[in-house]
Design a binder for this molecule. Structure first.
Ligand code: FEO
Length: 381
């Protein structure tokens, strides 16, 4: 029987994770105890849940004193209970990368006086039957991050990688893992690729991320999606039709275009950028090979919800895609120019103008959109 105990907590009522992500199904802060000749605790929890986490810890320790606290990541959703832990256990050795150890004082008025053990690439820590081996994974998702491989049970404690929003014991992995990865870690594709290469050298039977469920069984689907996401290649052929409309005409044109694409056999999702969850729209933009953006002109530029979306795409390294544009402007169309300016900064993104609307949608606009949808469907076939 495994001597690894899960002591993580489920945060059901946080309104915005990391100050910006809606998590209608909550989020977990995962943490573990390994009871062996030596006792190790792996990560703490957000300070919102310190009391519950300490109760779980106390029950799992069953009277043992923790010899080591393994700190994978200093972000406060995981290290937020470090202060409470070090007050209770001032002699426990803090095991982390040198970078993580140097960051601890940033979160303390008076840093803890616990002994520390800096660890680097491949360093092993024997606990008895269990041995942890550490691998720094800088920028997955902060610079101090490391993952740990437990040799006897072949477990990769993967820090933020492979995490997802939501309860650990409910819901599919892929949709909330995609939204989590692309919004939170998405900018750092190259570091994730380096981690995946290291992971290939290990015999991994289970992945224990810091959020969401333990992954076990056939790990290839998870590894394959991470390879796709971190290399910025599309997961599926299809179009996200995203629109930002002031009075409804731009929306009408965008939805007509979406309907014509579907009629021509193209997989389509739509996103009303004035109302939808922008992180989910971003995840869908990355999922698909093609993107159609339709926006009203505004103050000599583009309607702000579209600008917000473009800013998010840029900050997450959106690339290697085909983008089609529709602008609307009654007296001085300017949305297209602004959208081009944002998209021109991105790598390997081809941009094509589809139509300029002038106010309402006319028969000539519908005819042009119908023809464009047919041509795009043919190109994608
Ligand atoms: Fe779940 Fe980057 O912290």
């Amino acid at each position: 029987m495994s001597k690894i105990r899960a002591i993580g907590v489920y945060d059901a009522d946080i309104d915005l994770f990391e100050g910006q992500y809606r998590v209608l199904r909550g989020i977990t802060y995962n943490s573990y105890v390994i009871l062996d000749e030596k006792t190790a605790v792996l990560d703490t929890a957000d300070k919102r849940k310190t009391t519950e986490w300490l109760q779980n810890l106390d029950a799992a320790l069953d009277g043992h004193q923790p010899d080591y606290l393994i700190i994978s990541h200093m972000e406060p959703d995981h290290a937020g209970s470090l202060a409470a832990f070090t007050q209770l256990y001032p002699t426990t050795t803090l095991v982390a990368t040198q970078k993580a150890l140097s960051m601890i004082p940033l979160y303390f008025e008076t840093p803890p006086s616990n002994p520390t053990m800096p660890v680097g690439e491949g360093v092993k820590l024997s606990l008895g039957e269990h041995t942890l081996q550490f691998f720094p994974a800088p920028m997955v998702h902060w610079p101090e991050v490391m993952v740990s491989y437990e040799q006897s049970e072949k477990i990769l404690f993967s820090a933020d990688a492979f995490g997802r929003f939501g309860r650990a014991d409910a819901g599919e992995w892929v949709d909330e893992a995609r939204r989590y990865y692309l919004n939170i870690v998405g900018k750092y594709g190259a570091p994730v690729q380096r981690l995946l290469k290291k992971a290939q050298t290990l015999d991994i039977q289970s992945i224990y991320p810091l959020h969401g469920p333990v992954l076990t069984g056939d790990l290839q689907p998870y590894l394959s999606l991470y390879k796709t996401w971190s290399s910025y290649i599309p997961e599926a052929k299809g179009v996200l039709v995203a629109f930002a409309s002031i009075h409804g005409h731009t929306k009408e044109a965008a939805l007509y275009f979406a309907e014509r694409l579907r009629a021509n056999g193209v997989a389509v999702e739509t996103a009303d950028l004035t109302r939808c969850d922008l992180p989910e729209a971003l995840a869908q933009a990355f999922r698909f090979s093609h993107l159609f953006l339709a926006a009203s002109s505004y103050d000599g530029g583009v309607f702000p919800p579209m600008q917000d979306f473009l800013n998010r795409l840029s900050s997450k390294n959106y690339q290697k895609r085909h983008v089609y544009l529709l602008e609307n402007g009654s007296w001085a169309p300017s949305a297209g120019r602004s959208m081009h300016a944002a998209l021109d900064e991105l790598k390997e993104v081809t941009v094509k103008d589809i139509r300029t609307l002038r106010g309402g949608v006319k028969q000539a606009d519908l005819a042009a959109l119908k023809q464009a949808a047919e041509e795009i469907a043919e190109e994608m076939a």
